[in-house]
Design a protein around this ligand. Structure first.
Ligand SMILES: Nc1ncnc2c1ncn2[C@@H]1O[C@H](COP(=O)(O)OP(=O)(O)O)[C@@H](O)[C@H]1O
Ligand SMILES: Nc1ccn([C@@H]2O[C@H](COP(=O)(O)OP(=O)(O)O)[C@@H](O)[C@H]2O)c(=O)n1
Length: 234
């Protein structure tokens, strides 16, 4: 007599979820919660672009010079953890979870992420992480549904009014001016949406969710329901 040992990965089809949208729409909070609730891996692709930007700044590369950024792009080794309960990011073995969130990195990341050589390297990294997530993964960013994982099982595009997004971000950055936050956020969205290579865009087959009037919990529940429907249909 033989017994088959069933693992969670065998009983539940692996699902690939892409969550895109502009800054402050709730991508990170939603993706982490959905992944944790459904036992999926999680990848914050914005953290990877922030990490390479942080390395460029620390190594004196002029981020306004795309040729200089391109020439240095392959030098840092960026490693992302995929546990939604403890997302980790290192550059050359150093934990940069805090260093990638400084105002300087935030103001420079769009210039670095617009460089095609940077995108091609980071996209390759993202695809290999998604391919090795046996139980499925939630990947969040700007071009996941359009470019990185166009074959994802479920694509979500989160939106929210600039006012709501600025208020959410100011709430995080204690004492910050909502108006200044709103302007910085719109400037970054414009740069991310207008770059030539893989701009921030909604995939034709993405489900758009306007989170302006929704609580975070409502958004999480909505996405969990959509993922469960996809899993059931697989
Ligand atoms: N629907 C929502 N309502 C209120 N606050 C939210 C909502 N979604 C996210 N937030 C809050 O807004 C901030 C930005 O969310 P985050 O998930 O980091 O957005 P993104 O990854 O899209 O930039 C966080 O403080 C988060 O708790
Ligand atoms: N898939 C992605 C994810 C992020 N990015 C870039 O990385 C920046 C930081 O992303 P993020 O997700 O940390 O941004 P916020 O959470 O601060 O909105 C974006 O403004 C983009 O320039 C990108 O180009 N493509």
């Amino acid at each position: 007599m033989s017994f088959a040992v069933e693992t969670a990965a065998e009983t539940t089809p692996a699902v690939i979820v892409a969550i895109d949208g502009p800054s402050g729409t709730g991508k990170s909070s939603t993706s982490k919660a959905v992944a944790a609730q459904l036992g999926l891996s999680y990848l914050d692709t914005g953290a990877q672009y922030r990490a390479i930007t942080c390395w460029m700044v620390e190594n004196g590369i002029d981020v306004a010079d795309p040729a200089a950024v391109a020439a240095a792009a392959a030098k840092p080794e960026i490693v992302s953890g995929t546990d939604p309960a403890a997302p980790a990011i290192t550059v050359d073995g150093r934990d940069v979870a805090q260093a990638i969130r400084t105002p300087e990195v935030t103001s420079k990341v769009s210039a670095v992420s617009a460089v095609p050589e940077v995108r091609s390297l980071i996209t390759g990294l993202q695809r290999s992480i998604a391919a090795s997530a046996a139980g499925g993964i939630v990947v969040e960013g700007r071009d996941i549904g359009t470019t990185v994982l166009p074959g994802a099982d479920l694509k979500i595009f989160l939106t929210a009014s600039p006012e709501a997004r600025a208020a959410r971000r100011s709430g995080e950055l204690k004492g910050s001016d909502v108006q200044a936050t709103r302007e910085a956020l719109i400037k970054r969205d414009t740069a991310d949406s207008s770059r030539k290579t893989s701009p921030l865009a909604k995939a034709d087959d993405a489900v758009e969710v306007d989170t302006t009037e929704l609580t975070l919990q409502q958004v999480i529940e909505c996405v969990v329901t959509l993922v469960e429907e996809k899993r059931a249909a697989k």
